[in-house]
Write a protein that binds this ligand. Structure first.
Ligand code: HEC
Length: 181
């Protein structure tokens, strides 16, 4: 095997690629979760909506730059359609995650990895489910349970919001990781 081929084989090692993707996805969730928790404790839900709007995309782009992969959060019911809308592959995997969840798998452990050929080339693609925790309910719970202030602010920032009606333990969406091979 020539050098190029062996480098290629190593790059394509699915176990290694999955480990790396899982690490990056977990870091993203921890960072966004940490910022959210901090802001929530300091200023409550109203300002935290702003944190979500600016901090989450910022964290995603920093992590993407560092990891050499496109890393973002996607969902079947998005709040921000510009950033959170899944492509067709992501949509398929999210639907599969819902099926796995319905069959009793724990959201924290649900993930999927695959090497995908697209017109622009080959990619390692990975997704990790994002579970709904107690803090999330303040802004993603059933509409009736949100405070008037939160409801009004979400509606003014996101007039097409679909990301409500969740309860703790469900799947809110997934981290999507896409790396060119
Ligand atoms: C203070 C309100 C607030 C809280 C609490 C909150 N979110 Fe969000 N969430 C938002 C806002 C606002 C957006 C849209 C961000 C943007 O513009 O990209 C969002 C977007 C998302 C997205 C991206 C997909 C989409 O719908 O646009 C995911 C995934 C998500 N939230 C998960 C969570 C999880 C999981 C928790 C709990 C750990 C949580 N959120 C807690 C307000 C909140």
């Amino acid at each position: 095997m020539g050098l190029a081929a062996s480098v290629h084989a190593q790059e394509d090692d699915p176990a290694k690629l999955s480990d790396e993707a899982r690490k990056v996805a977990t870091a993203l969730l921890q960072q966004i979760g940490g910022e959210l928790k901090k802001e929530y404790e300091i200023s409550g839900p109203l300002r935290s909506v702003i944190v979500c709007k600016y901090t989450a995309p910022e964290v995603s782009s920093t992590i993407s730059r560092k990891s050499g992969a496109a890393v973002k959060r996607v969902s079947l019911k998005v709040r921000n359609p510009v950033l959170g809308m899944p492509d067709s592959w992501e949509q398929k995997i999210l639907l599969d995650f819902e099926k796995r969840f319905a069959r009793g798998e724990k959201p924290e452990a649900i993930e999927h990895a695959e090497i995908v050929s697209e017109t622009q080339g080959r990619y390692f693609r990975y997704m990790k489910a994002i579970p709904v925790g107690p803090l999330c309910i303040n802004c993603h719970g059933p509409v009736d349970s949100l405070t008037e202030g939160t409801k009004a602010q979400i509606l003014s920032e996101y007039p097409f919001d679909k990301a409500v009606g969740y309860s703790v333990g469900q799947i809110r969406g997934a981290v999507s990781y896409k790396k060119p091979l």
